[in-house]
Design a binder for this molecule. Structure first.
Ligand SMILES: Cc1cc2nc3c(=O)[nH]c(=O)nc-3n(C[C@H](O)[C@H](O)[C@H](O)COP(=O)(O)OP(=O)(O)OC[C@H]3O[C@@H](n4cnc5c(N)ncnc54)[C@H](O)[C@@H]3O)c2cc1C
Length: 382
């Protein structure tokens, strides 16, 4: 039964995220290998309450993300990403799944799946699939069964509650399902020979033959793509990316201080430009998180703003990478310099779907909106 508890007030998710980030940063170099996975850090997320934290306060959880402007959630995602971008990617997927359960789950589904989060199950959201052979739900003699695969699925082989999209039987639109999985089964990580984010276990998951019951299906056809939640959710990966940008910035700054090269005006100018990029990204993330929960902004305006935010954060990340690599020089490309790994992780995680379309779609909305530029994102004027 849904009920409010004082947990939402007592639990300090940001302090927990700082703690997780500190240990994750120390372990990240060891996990930076093919088949790597931050298992101990995920165990820390569970132990320190962060896997359960997104459970809504109305369901007895800490309600992480319900606060005004999602300020605590933004800080948590940024901090976890600062410690380890691979861990941040995994945690963002977990948060996304629980938010979708909260939005579209029925009472029984919410109770069961929120209990799973409290019990330490790691959730993931797996939407990406190959052009051929994506997931379909088939209605046969033995009932509903899945066929096909998901690709670029983070935590493949480790996620035990996978929220996946699948074509429904007889072309009935895209359905959302939460599929229970056993660790170490059905996952193929052989294609994840990546430049960075090696520890995110981003692989292919074969769902062939898995039986699906009615209670595994979340919401109705195409709910997954409902706006502004679908595109607006991009603010969360931007928050994780911001953590990765800050980590690159700090290692760069530390290198200049440690090598005594910080007094040089060129180095100072680059560091100043980097600081502008970092703070700009932070302001964009906060603004986007705020817009998503602003009831006065129409959905298409929220989506446009978040699209701009994700691209501004991407730009900031690319700028900071370039500046840091130029400032540190060859040392930053040699293991075990921390910049070497952090740069690869950030460059890889900056790759997100359809960046060109995000920009032009936002521009189309801005063109359509008319009015004054200063009123574009003002709910009262929109
Ligand atoms: C570390 C990591 C973990 C991930 N984990 C998950 C996960 O758990 N679940 C999940 O569902 N996905 C996951 N993904 C996949 C992710 O959601 C995106 O699908 C992926 O990052 C897309 O990157 P891309 O550069 O190939 O994008 P694309 O969208 O293919 O973009 C590549 C380029 O092509 C352009 N482009 C895009 N479409 C077209 C078109 N039709 N015509 C012409 N040009 C086009 C783009 O603008 C861009 O310039 C993960 C990705 C990463 C990097």
């Amino acid at each position: 039964m849904d009920h409010v508890t004082p947990l939402a007030l007592a639990y300090d998710a940001v302090a927990a995220a700082r703690q997780v980030a500190a240990t994750a940063a120390m372990r990240a170099a060891d996990q930076d290998r093919d088949q790597g996975f931050p298992a101990e850090d995920v165990a820390d997320l569970a132990r320190l309450g962060l896997l359960a934290a997104p459970v809504p306060s109305m369901a007895g959880g800490a309600g992480l993300g319900e606060e005004p402007g999602a300020r605590r959630l933004a800080a948590v995602l940024r901090l976890v990403g600062y410690g380890s971008l691979a861990l941040g990617r995994l945690y963002e997927g977990h948060v996304n799944a629980l938010q979708l359960v909260g939005l579209y789950g029925g009472p029984e589904q919410r109770e069961r799946l929120f209990a799973d989060a409290r019990d330490g199950h790691l959730f993931g959201v797996w939407n990406t699939e190959p052009p051929e052979g994506g997931l379909t739900l088939e209605d046969g003699a033995g009932g509903l069964r899945l066929a096909g695969v998901k690709t670029f699925a983070s935590g493949a082989g480790y996620v035990t509650r996978a929220l996946v999209t699948s074509r429904g039987p007889g072309g009935s639109g895209t359905l959302m399902l939460v599929v229970p999985l056993k660790t170490g089964t059905r996952a193929d990580l052989s294609a994840w020979r990546s430049h960075g984010m090696r520890a995110s276990a981003t692989g292919t998951l074969d769902f062939a033959g898995i039986a699906v019951a009615a209670e595994d299906i979340l919401g109705g056809p195409d709910d997954y793509f409902r706006q502004p939640d679908f595109s607006g959710g991009a603010w969360r990966f931007a928050a994780v990316q911001l953590g990765g940008i800050e980590a690159v910035f700090d290692v760069w700054r530390g290198h200049l201080a440690a090598t005594g090269r910080g007094g040089d005006p060129h180095q100072l100018a680059r560091l100043g430009e980097g600081a502008i990029a970092v703070e700009g990204a932070r302001l964009w993330v906060e603004r986007a998180a705020q817009a998503v929960s602003d009831p006065a902004l129409p959905p298409e305006r929220v989506v446009a703003l978040v699209n701009l935010a994700r691209l501004a954060v991407e730009r900031a990340g690319l700028d900071v990478l370039q500046l840091a690599q130029r400032s540190v020089g060859l040392q930053g490309f040699l293991r075990p310099h921390a910049l070497e790994r952090l740069s690869r992780d950030l460059a890889t995680y900056l790759r997100q779907p359809g960046p060109d379309r995000a920009l032009t779609a936002a521009a189309e909305e801005i063109l359509r909106a008319g009015g004054r530029a200063g009123d574009l994102w003002d709910g009262a004027a929109a």
